[in-house]
Design a binder for this molecule. Structure first.
Ligand code: PBG
Length: 324
């Protein structure tokens, strides 16, 4: 008798291999991030992210007709003129994100609409919170603004809001505000384990959200701290989060796997802009087989414990996995 090793495995038929397959990727598990800008007919290329554009709401609506991803995550990019120190454009009822939510819901009620809740794209200084006179994050003021942003998004019809500002108590503040406005059914996906990462570089070009001074290390996690990430995530669960997120994805699969063992909430992983650009540029230069590398990366993120994956490859990938 052979031991059940590679020998026997090598003889498995495709059907047997499929039966034993532990991890699958389907379009319903993919969340497509979209950068929305004001105007009509606007399509702006993002140099550091080939294949990704900032688009206006009418273009989003047109594209949505054929979206294959199960969900969309919206980022508002309101333009320099709309920015101020209070991030007022972020919670305006007719702001760019509420308009995009309504358009999407009208066109494709079947797609889950998630909105990023942060102010870095709306503040003149580009930080993720409201600042004190001394230039520090004013946590309480920030949570209040984030709650207003979340309510504006919920009112427009968002299924889930995703606070990413890393303010203390933001999940609780948002949950309380949503419930107070009778949006008990609007879910919260918390960017629970969000590391201070160089892999966000291209996003800051995409969202025009690079901080004007300093960096985000005072409110994002140091990359070496796994236990702190788990602790933060569990605090967000206690505050009422419905989903937890780990971000970036590929360099933090250990965090994802450990968190999976610690929580019973569903977990999303964000394959961020820098991860996308690495794969895209390597593919463009013939250094990697892009399609295989992308499918492998997403399968690995699923294997590590992600229930859903936010990725700029969502639409392409949904096409590829649809083809088998
Ligand atoms: C900030 C935010 C960032 C990303 C999502 N939300 C940037 C940051 O924290 O600096 C990055 C996503 C990506 O890189 O694709 N609200």
């Amino acid at each position: 008798m052979y031991p059940r090793t590679r020998m026997t495995r090598g003889r498995r038929s495709d059907g047997l291999r499929r039966l034993a397959e532990e991890t699958s990727v389907t379009s319903g598990k993919l969340i497509l991030p979209v950068f929305v800008v004001p105007g009509r007919g606007v399509r702006e290329a993002i140099k550091s992210m080939p294949g990704v554009e900032r688009i206006s709401v009418d273009i989003l609506r047109k594209r949505a007709k054929t979206f294959k991803s199960g969900a969309v995550m919206l980022f508002g990019v309101p333009g320099e003129k709309a920015k101020d120190d209070a991030a007022s454009a972020a919670f305006a009822e007719d702001g760019i994100v509420p308009l995009a939510v309504k358009a999407l819901k009208k066109e494709r009620p079947d797609i889950v609409v998630i909105t990023d809740v942060c102010v870095c794209g709306y503040t003149s200084h580009g930080h993720c919170g409201i600042l004190t006179k001394g230039g520090e994050i004013d946590n309480e003021a920030t949570v209040n603004v984030l709650a207003g942003v979340a309510v504006a998004h919920a009112r427009a019809g968002a299924d889930m809001v995703a606070p990413s500002a890393m303010a203390d108590g933001q999940v609780k503040g948002i949950r309380t505000a949503l419930d107070g406005e009778a949006f008990e059914r609007t879910a919260i996906m918390s960017y629970a384990a969000k590391f201070a990462s160089s892999f966000y570089g291209p996003f800051r070009e995409a969202a025009h959200s690079a901080p004007a001074f300093g960096d985000r290390r005072s409110y994002q996690l140091p990359c070496g701290n796994r236990r702190e990430a788990i602790r933060d995530a569990l605090l967000d669960e206690a505050e009422g989060a419905d989903w937890l997120m780990v971000k970036p994805a590929m360099p933090y699969l250990d965090v994802l796997a450990e968190l999976k063992g610690e929580t019973r909430l569903p977990i999303a992983a964000y394959q961020v802009s820098g991860e996308y650009s690495m794969l895209k540029l390597a593919g463009k230069h013939g250094v990697l087989d892009e399609k295989r590398a992308v499918v492998e990366s997403i399968t690995a993120i699923r294997r590590a414990g992600a229930d859903a994956i936010i990725t700029y490859y969502a639409e392409e990938l949904a096409g590829w996995v649809g083809e088998g």
